[in-house]
Design a protein around this ligand. Sequence first.
Ligand code: AVJ
Length: 313
Amino acid sequence: MSFLFKDFPADRDDFRVDVLAGLAACPKSIPPKYFYDEPGCRLFESICAQPEYTLTRTEQALMASRLSDIAAAIGPVDCIVEPGAGDCAKVRLLLDALRPSQLVVMDIAGVPLAAAAKTLARDYQGLAVTALGMDFLHDLEAAAPYLQAGRRLIYYPGSSIGNFPPDAATVLLARFRQLAGSEGRLLIGFDLKKDPLQLHRAYNDAAGVTAAFNLNLLERLNRELGADFDPARFRHYAFYNPVAGRIEMHLASLAEQDVNVTGQRFHFALGETLHTEHSYKFRRDEFSAIAKNAGWQLAAEWERDGFAVQLYG
Ligand code: AVJ
């Protein structure tokens, strides 16, 4: 078994600094990457199993049904790099089809990442697995020394790119280009624009799992920063904004209240929201225009039930 885990610390201070800046801003916001503490990771996996949230299952079905076609379009690959790999479940199909010699996975949640990556290393004999516990938005460039030479494929599934407004998405994709090199490729999955009501339901599931995921952020602030949020006094509020082409997720204050975070006090007016996530939806041509600005040329694409996978070179 060939397995390496490297943790890139400094998380906790970034978290505090980002939270204090976000709460002081107007409108208030916290970056969505902070959803993913251990309870948050579990809640996200549960969202993916909800009947209304079809995104993950649709992508999986697309990948499974078109795998040989996708692998042929990608061609030979030595190293697969997956930023934000989470439980490392999605990359297995590509490992089976492409048989690279190295897999590099990164995630801000380092502990569950290391466990999942170790299991992969056991299951794929002869595959060198490198797990980097890092906030790749911060530290992506620090991954470069861990990548073996050869042809690289960046795999960025799950519409994670939808968390970024177009300008920030362009910057991130350009950093992927830099890491992949001029011979590198990018396989990326994203959710397509569709019936707004269908989108609305996906972020307002009947079982309340998305609400619990959103509210867990407040509990995390209480646990890790000693904040005194009362989650019962905030409402999960998610809606599709068709003009901006995105789901917006907020936590709306149900009262006029003050909250203390690391000794600083923040005021919420009744109905004021803490914005927690954007989840952009794209048309295929809109997305390829963004990728083109980041230095990627569209090579092939696949679509199924409102979800797209595109290959770039
Ligand atoms: C992981 C960013 C793709 O935007 O659909 C799911 C996160 N948030 N339900 C998404 C999420 C609420 C998810 N991404």
